[in-house]
Design a protein. Sequence first.
Length: 559
Amino acid sequence: MSARLDPSYRARAVDALGDNDIDVLVIGGGVVGAGAALDAASRGLSVTLVEARDFAAGTSSRSSKLIHGGLRYLEQLDFWLVREALKERGLLLNKLAPHLVRPVSFLLPLQHRVWERAYIGAGVALYDTIGGARALPMHRHLSRTRALELAPALREDSMTGAIRYFDAQVDDARHTMMIARTAAQHGATVLTRTKVTGLLRDGERVIGAQVTDLETGREHTVRARRVISATGVWTDEMNRMTGVEFPFHVRMSKGVHILVPRERLDLDTGLIMRTEKSVLFVIPWHNHWIIGTTDTDWSLDKDHPAASNADVQYILDHVNAVLREPLTRDDIVGTYAGLRPLLSGASSDTSTLSREHAVAEPVPGLFVIAGGKYTTYRVMAADVVDAAVKGLGRAVAPSVTDKLPILGAVGYQEMLADLDSLAQRVGLPKATVEHLLGRYGSGAHDLFELIAADRALAESLPGAEQYLAAEVVYAVTHEGALHLDDVLTRRTRISIEASDRGLLAAPEVALLIGPHLGWDTADAERELTRYRDRVQAELTANQAADDEAANAARLVAVA
């Protein structure tokens, strides 16, 4: 099956919605929903995935972009979660997605000479070995002098020494989209801008859903033997749609990150620091540092969580506590805010709620997955599909996704090893080829073909010179992007990496993708206006004092 998600793929798939009963309907195009679609399709089931917005439009594009076990969960004695997450980290690094997941080092400054080094050192040693986690170099204890050599940006009095350890990072939005494309390659139908407006019932049993194509307004009836809800922070909306009480609820915790230019901090490693609530990361991200995150309760608009002035100040205050030259607001290039779907408990503090996941069948035929963390998406997906296929009436193979490379993984290592000659063969600079391999893996061949057919596509985008014109064309011809925001915010990260939030690049991107999406001049101008309004809304929210003010400001600005 083809994994090319172009406009014609979508048109055919939408037209065919409801033509035949299917085995599994997955609601939600975040990482768990995409993972569930891949898991079910790779077992030989007929699968359709529907997503109301875009792949990874919610939580799955707004994480800390780490594939990790979570050091702080060891302190909470959640060994099972850490072991499971580190096993998944190893699979992603070595087998499933080596083109998308890569090692990253962190420096953990110590404030107390003896007891803290022994206490934290023991935890990091366990972290390095638990669950067969030796996919990365072991940690090392460093003196203050050696730590400052790696991190000259830190104040001498900010630590007595440090521990350096390794984890992994990922572009979460691209990874999620590539999982969805891999599901399509295995026969699943994957659709964005398709919203579930109601559930089909046969008595108490759920037998499908009413689905509206938000691009045309057309309604479709999709009948399915099993329905899986992987809707994250929207889980309680599904609860209300069923009319019954779920065995669990989801509580939202907002996490905010800021981006600053790479040259602003003289560091050869990432940082991790303890805060009064959890931890703060400084994470290398191409030409930038990602700094975050916050952890605050959120009960406002789910579609548009906003970073407030208080959030930004919290991050600056904590990171500046260890820096020789404090960061200012003028250093901030971009911000983003995401919502964690935590399983609800009695605690009033979201930082203590469980990051483990739960599966339930609240009504016959409907299976709900909630909670968890990005790193363990594959396990979550397998668990909910396992639950759904019981009683299906025929034998279904066990999950194989622990052995199934994500699109672009096969052949990536060979291309990377042949980088010099590959660059010569395709007529592109070595740095450009390396950039494309790191975003597309062996799928970079598709980009090379686009450029060979039109050398103008090898040009950089204005205001976002790290990206090529070919990449935004590819986003709509292969990766399912339908709108300007899909390209600038998730297929690329221009919206958070460019100091103007992508406003300079936006007109050129619209010119490049418009012909492939059938836009006329009015369509392109509507897309540009919508994007400009979104950027202004985020900037306005960043100036608002607190969450309620930021949420209100953002909603007014995009109304």
